[in-house]
Ligand binder design. Structure first.
Ligand SMILES: Cc1cc2nc3c(=O)[nH]c(=O)nc-3n(C[C@H](O)[C@H](O)[C@H](O)COP(=O)(O)O)c2cc1C
Ligand SMILES: CCCCC(=O)C(=O)O
Length: 378
């Protein structure tokens, strides 16, 4: 591909999709999707961290063929990107999670379904059954273990490959937008994983929706005995917890801060990534989400040691803009951008992407070539 592709008369990059998608949303939904907790510092840092790295391109490489494919959860995928779990796709467009899933299947990338989805896990997985992609079920463990297990049993039955346990939300973050807007769900939004909810309140006093506050490492060991599905931990930010996660038997880690919606002031995920990668030492895969908006961001995360990237809000903006088609536009943009960056960086396979492809800008504006050893020091 030598010339840039046009996708849609209004959408040429993810920033365009964010603008146009947001225009179609009611303010309460727009703020719920885009917002984070408290002062939004972590939310902003997730994005700005990517700008602290510059690319060190290598030239005079034959880039006639660039292979962006990789493997994730046992599937060969088109490029190292998938959909993070995000609640309430039905607020963006009637296509909801089914549309997101069809777009993922068309592009051949993986998807994690939120336990707070408005579409059933069965229907979501059916959309991609012929595409060879993998689905994972996200779980925010609630106090009632029967409810947790019913979600896991459904995931097993409908062919999901893994449970992504969110470990960063024993208490829900303080999201000021939801307070200011008195966030309430429209009556058409239901939660198939929590079929007993029939009102506008997602997290009530009921044990079946109250988050479990006493999750500790033994929970992972117990869970591993109860299901054959892989157990991934989503929301790890430190080397210490990465080591404990490996010891507890986690099958993978997602370096995540919940898109800046939980602990404001927490490290950005790109800043946390090197210490987690170093602690894990290749024993299990390390993935990342948060703030990824361009193909070059995916490249940077891989160069710092991530095996795969996930995006949350981009799917929501795509859905808001044009349903499933909007999500496909987003994926085509990101895939094309990533292919182009690989070519211009002199990389023809994903395995070619190395720390040496980056320089980090320090506070005094100087650039420092990245090596795994230097970067792992905080
Ligand atoms: C509207 C919204 C809802 C979310 N719901 C969930 C959820 O149900 N479970 C979860 O683990 N993470 C949830 N997340 C966090 C995402 O999985 C992901 O970590 C985050 O969106 C990544 O950041 P990004 O949006 O900058 O890509 C949600 C994020 C958003 C924006
Ligand atoms: C009640 C939690 C909703 C899903 C979630 O995790 C989020 O909005 O970030």
């Amino acid at each position: 591909m030598n010339r840039a592709t046009t996708y849609d008369d209004k959408i040429h990059c993810i920033a365009d999709l964010e603008n146009e998608g947001n225009k179609k949303l009611a303010p309460m939904v727009r703020d719920f999707y885009n917002g984070g907790s408290m002062d939004l510092n972590t939310l902003k840092e997730n994005k700005s961290s990517y700008d602290r790295y510059r690319l060190r391109p290598r030239v005079m490489v034959d880039v006639t063929e660039v292979d962006t494919s990789t493997t994730c959860l046992g599937s060969n995928v088109a490029f190292p990107l998938g959909f993070s779990p995000s609640a309430n796709h039905g607020l963006a467009h009637p296509d909801a999670e089914g549309g997101t899933s069809r777009a993922a299947a068309k592009k051949r990338i993986n998807m994690v379904l939120s336990s707070w989805s408005n579409t059933s896990p069965k229907v979501v997985a059916e959309q991609g059954k012929d595409a060879g992609i993998s689905y994972a079920q996200q779980l925010s463990a609630v106090k009632d273990e029967e409810t947790n297990m019913s979600i896991i049993r459904n995931a097993e039955e409908f062919g999901y490959k893994a449970i992504f346990l969110s470990v960063d939300c024993p208490w829900l973050g303080r999201r000021l937008n939801e307070m200011k807007n008195t966030f309430a769900l429209p009556s058409h939004c239901t939660f198939p994983c929590y079929p007993f909810i029939n009102g506008d309140n997602m997290v009530s006093g009921d044990n079946r929706t109250q988050y479990e506050t006493n999750l500790t490492w033994s929970y992972i060991k117990d869970l591993k005995k109860k299901t054959k599905l892989q157990i991934w931990l989503k929301g790890i930010l430190t080397a210490e917890d990465a080591e404990l996660a490996v010891n507890a038997g986690a099958d993978g880690i997602v370096v995540s801060n919940h898109g800046g919606r939980q602990l404001d002031g927490a490290m950005s995920t790109l800043d946390a990534l090197p210490e987690v990668v170093q602690a894990v030492r290749g024993r299990i895969p390390v993935h990342i989400d948060g703030g990824i908006r361009r193909g070059s961001d995916i490249f940077k995360a891989l160069a710092l040691g991530a095996d795969y990237c996930w995006v949350g809000r981009i799917a929501l903006w795509g859905l808001a803009y044009k349903g499933e088609e909007g999500v496909s536009i987003a994926l085509n943009i990101l895939h094309d951008e990533f292919s182009l960056v690989m070519a211009l960086m002199g990389c023809t396979t994903v395995q070619d992407i190395k720390p040496e492809h980056l320089a980090r800008m320090s506070e005094d504006g100087r650039l420092h070539k990245v090596t795994r050893r230097v970067e792992a020091k905080l």
